[in-house]
Design a protein around this ligand. Structure first.
Ligand code: CLR
Length: 384
């Protein structure tokens, strides 16, 4: 029988949800799921996972050689994976179905300047509803670090698991002391969502992802789960190869949710067992109506309180309002304008850096930040 972890009254609805997943391929976001699996958090909050260890992000700026900078980027990236892919299990008991953001939904946050690491700001906007696409910009200006990215998912069902192909990518720009800029192209791993049958989904990462620097250094990260080369879940192996070579100069190996080692020195490479820092956000009362936690507040409260009638009534309100907006735009011949990002069909950084490792696809679109977020200072006008 289905669903050890599923409340008795929701077993049949869980079974039909699983059936609908198997038949609907592409986008799961609009499928109706039973209450026990609903999360009160919108996908627009997820980009915050990139910076929950702000000191590791800031440390990228302190590296003094190209090689060390690529190592620092890899270290920061690997250290984000625990938050990105296991934190709902820790916080909510299992992986859950996040709230599906509306077009134009916003999420703003920051991590304060502590111990000289500089302040890090986050701006997120839902730039498409169907399919869901989330764009984000994370910056630590005092360290000269700028991360821009967008995210979408293509899902399919295989062998009882959901396979999530992540579409989109991130680029990290680093201001170097000599005035040059180094760029990194970051691609995203594939996900497998296991544990569905029992009603306690969790994520395993599979295949490869890449971090290509404009200096030529390339990190190739290979992900394995239970039963593969190490037999342990959340295993990775990353090799760093120098410009123009496929040979590993450095190798890092371990468990991305616990610790890993630099095989050359034998020293610890990543250790994410200590606490992380959640993003700081304004209180709901001070938020703009389009900000995620304000927009979804009644739905989220309903889900948290187990009052699913309220949750679904409030969700319908939001969805109907959105439908009406789209109708009005159609009638008026107008188009929804993005607030903080500009869509461009082809990202030159992706094309240029992707060529080094034969990125597939060879070209991708991107969303360029307009530098008009709540934390952007008014530009100083130079005196004549
Ligand atoms: C979003 C971008 C983040 C990393 C990340 C983590 C979890 C992923 C999420 C992304 C996309 C949406 C996702 C989620 C896990 C489950 C959820 C795939 C990639 C789907 C839509 C919900 C499936 C429903 C079952 C849990 C029942 O950087």
């Amino acid at each position: 029988e289905v669903g050890e972890a599923v409340p008795a009254a929701q077993k049949s609805s869980w079974a039909s949800f699983l059936k609908s997943i198997a038949s609907v391929s592409g986008d799961l976001s609009s499928l109706t799921a039973p209450p026990f699996i609903l999360s009160p958090i919108s996908l627009t909050e997820f980009p915050a996972y990139w910076c929950e260890r702000p000191e590791l992000f800031a440390a990228i700026a302190d590296a003094t050689t190209d090689e060390d900078r690529s190592v620092a980027v890899l270290k920061w990236f690997i250290s984000t994976l625990k938050g990105q892919y296991t934190s709902r299990n820790e916080k909510l008991g299992s992986e859950k179905k996040p709230l599906n953001p509306v077009l134009g939904e916003l999420f703003y946050g920051y991590w304060p300047d502590l111990n000289g690491r500089g302040r890090t700001n986050l701006v997120v906007e839902q730039v498409s509803h169907h399919p869901p696409i989330t764009a984000y910009y994370i910056s630590n200006a005092s360290k000269g670090l700028y991360l821009q990215g967008h995210n979408a998912q293509k899902t399919s069902f295989s062998g009882g698991s959901i396979i999530v192909k992540q579409l989109g990518h991130a680029t990290l720009t680093v201001d170097l002391p000599n005035g040059d800029k180094e760029e990194f192209l970051i691609t995203l791993p594939r996900l497998r969502i296991d544990g569905l049958w029992y009603g306690s989904p969790y994520i395993e990462l599979t295949e490869n992802s890449f971090i290509q620097s404009s200096t030529g250094w390339l990190s190739t990260i290979e992900y394995k789960g239970k039963g593969y080369f190490s037999g342990k879940s959340h295993t990775f192996k990353a090799i760093l190869s120098p410009p123009g070579s496929n040979n590993a100069k450095r190798t890092f190996e371990g468990l991305w949710h616990l610790t890993s080692k630099d095989l050359k020195s034998g020293h610890t490479f990543t250790d994410v067992q200590g606490p992380k820092e959640e993003v700081n956000v304004a209180i709901v009362e001070e938020m703009d109506d389009w900000e995620s936690r304000k927009l979804w507040q009644h739905v989220a409260k309903g889900i948290r309180d187990g009052d699913f009638e309220t949750a679904s009534r409030e969700k319908s309100k939001i969805e109907n309002e959105q439908r009406q907006r789209r109708k009005d735009e159609l009638a008026a011949g107008t188009k929804w304008e993005l607030k903080h990002f500009e869509h461009i069909e082809s990202d030159p950084t992706y094309e240029r850096l992707g060529r080094f490792f034969k990125a597939n696809p060879p070209t991708e679109d991107t969303y360029i930040y307009r530098h008009n977020g709540p934390y952007d200072e008014v530009p100083v006008v130079a005196a004549a």
